[in-house]
Design a binder for this molecule. Structure first.
Ligand code: BG6
Length: 472
C-alpha cells in the first residue's frame, strides 16, 4: 500500500532500547547471585565467559544517565532469576532485591519507564539440575519468581514481559545454551515441546497473577517474530511458508492471546510424535492469561520452499535461520536481501509486513522489544565510533515502523537491541549492537569505559523529534 500522508508516532510513543541480565550485568556470581544455565554452560569457542559482560551491575548509574541523555522514555532490561532467588526457589537474595530496586529507581529518576522481562534465557542452574522446564513443577517455580518480582517491584514497574523468545528457546535452545534434556530421554522433540507447554502454562499463570496483584500494570509476551516468505508463487511453496509461520510464530502468539494450540502446529506435533501431555485444567489456565499488549523481537524474515520428501534434514544455524524440516519446509536463501557482517538477512519491509500480520491476527497494541544490527565497531583514537551501517539499518526500520503505523497498526514503542554493547548469545563481544560502546575486547577487559557512538547522537535526535527527523 502506498501512502501519500504518513501518520506520526504518538505523543507518548515509547522510544528506548533493550538489554538482558546475563548479557549485560556481569557480576555473575557475586553478592549472593546463584549461577544460571548461562553461567555453567560451555561458551562457544573463541567467545568470552559471562562473568563481566558490560559490567552494568557496577555501572548502572552511568548507563542510565547515558540513556537519559539520549532521551529514552523506556528501558527494557531483564531480571536475573538466580540473582533474585539464588536457588530458583526458596530464599530471596536481599542484595538482588537491592540491585533491581536501585536500577528501577535510577530509571524513574530520569522518567525512564522500566519495561521488565521476567525471563531471558537464564534458568537458575539449580533448577536446571532438577529437570528445568521438563518438570511440571517448573510452572510453580516460575509463578513464585513472578510473585516475588510483583511484590517487590510492582509498585513501580507497570510494564512486564513474560518470557523472551520462547520460540527460540524451543526451536534453537541448543544454540543459545538453554536446552536441558534429561538423561535417558529417547524422544528429544517431545521433551522440548513438553517444556514449551510448561512455559506456556507458566506464562498464562504469571499474566493472570500480574493482573491480580498489580491491577494498573500491563503485561505481554516477547517472542521473536519473523514472517516467513514462500520462495516462489508455487502453491506448494506457499503451503510450506504457512507451515513455518505456524511453527515458528503463531504457536506462541495464538497461545498467549487465545490460549489455544495452533491447528497446523498440533498436526505437526502429531506427525513427529511430539504432542505434549496436557493436564486437566491446563486449557482453562491457558485461556485465562490475557496479555495487554504484544512485545516482539524482529531481526529479519525467513524464506522457505516446499519440502522435499527425500532430501531434507533438520538444519539449524541460529535464531534467525529458516528451518529445514522433512514434510514441512526447506530453507531458501532470499536473493533479494543483503546480509549483515554476521550473515543475518536485512529486511526492513519485512518488519512492516511482520507488524501488520501480528496486528491483524491479534488486534493488541504492539511494542518492538528488539531490532538491531550486530557489527564489528572500532573505537577511534579520539574516542569516536563511526557506525553509519547501524544508523542506516535503524533508519530503514523506523521508516517501515512509521509506515506500519500509517497502515493502522497500533504501535506503542520501539526498543532496539541494544542500549549498550553486551555479549551476543553465541558470537561473543565482537558482535556489537549498542548505541553506547564498551571499551573491552573478547578476552581483554581493558577499561570498560563507555563511549558514545555516532548512532548515539543520531538516536538522540530521532527521539527528540519523535521520529520525524531520521537524517544523519
Ligand atoms: C535475540 C535475543 O535472539 O537476539 C538476544 O533475545 C540476542 O538475547 C539478540 O542477543 C541478538 O542475537 P545475537 O545472537 O546476535 O546475540
Amino acid at each position: 500500500m502506498f501512502h501519500k500522508n504518513l501518520k506520526s508516532f504518538s505523543k507518548d510513543f515509547l522510544w528506548g532500547a533493550s538489554t538482558s541480565a546475563y548479557q549485560v550485568e556481569g557480576a555473575n556470581l557475586i553478592d549472593g547471585k546463584g549461577p544460571s544455565c548461562q553461567d555453567v554452560k560451555k561458551v562457544p569457542e573463541g567467545t568470552s565467559e559471562l562473568d563481566v559482560c558490560a559490567d552494568q551491575y557496577h555501572r548502572y548509574k552511568e548507563d542510565i544517565a547515558l540513556m537519559a541523555e539520549m532521551g529514552f522514555k523506556v528501558y527494557r532490561f531483564s531480571i536475573s532469576w538466580s540473582r533474585l532467588i539464588p536457588e530458583g526457589t526458596g530464599a530471596v537474595n536481599p542484595k538482588g532485591i537491592e540491585y533491581y530496586n536501585n536500577l528501577i529507581n535510577e530509571c524513574l529518576k530520569y522518567n525512564i519507564i522500566p519495561l521488565v522481562t521476567m525471563f531471558h534465557f537464564d534458568m537458575p542452574a539449580v533448577l536446571d539440575k532438577r529437570g528445568g522446564w521438563s518438570k511440571r513443577e517448573s510452572i510453580d517455580w516460575f509463578v513464585n519468581f513472578a510473585k516475588v518480582m510483583y511484590e517487590n517491584f510492582g509498585d513501580r514497574v507497570k510494564y512486564w514481559l513474560t518470557i523472551n523468545e520462547q520460540n527460540v528457546l524451543t526451536l534453537m535452545g541448543d544454540v543459545i545454551g538453554t536446552t536441558m534434556i534429561p538423561k535417558g530421554c529417547t524422544n528429544i522433540r517431545k521433551e522440548i515441546y513438553q517444556q514449551n507447554h510448561h512455559m506456556l502454562v507458566a506464562q498464562a499463570k504469571a499474566m493472570a497473577l500480574c493482573h491480580e496483584m498489580i491491577p494498573d500494570a500491563k503485561i505481554g509476551p516477547a517472542p521473536n517474530i519473523s514472517v516467513v516468505y514462500p520462495a516462489s508463487c508455487k502453491p506448494e511453496d506457499n503451503l510450506a511458508a504457512q507451515n513455518l509461520n505456524a511453527i515458528r510464530n503463531w504457536l506462541y502468539l495464538d497461545m498467549a492471546v487465545y490460549g489455544k494450540y495452533n491447528n497446523l502446529v498440533w498436526s505437526f506435533l502429531e506427525e513427529i510424535d511430539a504432542v505434549p501431555e496436557i493436564q486437566e485444567g491446563d486449557m482453562e489456565i491457558l485461556a485465562s492469561g490475557k496479555p495487554d499488549f504484544i512485545g516482539f523481537n524482529y531481526y529479519s524474515t525467513a524464506t522457505v520452499e516446499a519440502y522435499n520428501l527425500e532430501g531434507n534434514v533438520s538444519s539449524k544455524k541460529d535464531q534467525q535461520s529458516a528451518m529445514d524440516e522433512t514434510g514441512v519446509c526447506k530453507s531458501f536463501k532470499n536473493p533479494n536481501l543483503q546480509t549483515t557482517q554476521f550473515g543475518w538477512e536485512i529486511d526492513p519491509e519485512g518488519f512492516r509486513a511482520t507488524a501488520r500480520e501480528i496486528y491483524s491476527r491479534y488486534r493488541l497494541p504492539l511494542i518492538v522489544t528488539e531490532n538491531g544490527l550486530g557489527a564489528y565497531d572500532k573505537l577511534e583514537e579520539d574516542g569516536s565510533i563511526h557506525d553509519p551501517y547501524r544508523i542506516e539499518y535503524l533508519r530503514k526500520h523506523i521508516e517501515q515502523l512509521r509506515l506500519s503505523i500509517t497502515d493502522g497498526v497500533e504501535m506503542m514503542g520501539y526498543c532496539p537491541w541494544s542500549a549498550i554493547d553486551l555479549i551476543s548469545t553465541h558470537e561473543g563481544m565482537v558482535k556489537r549492537y549498542g548505541f553506547i560502546y564498551v571499551d573491552r575486547e573478547e578476552f581483554n577487559l581493558k577499561t570498560l569505559d563507555r563511549y558514545r557512538k555516532d548512532s548515539f547522537y543520531w538516536y538522540k535526535k530521532v527521539i527528540s523529534t519523535n521520529g520525524e527527523d531520521l537524517s544523519n
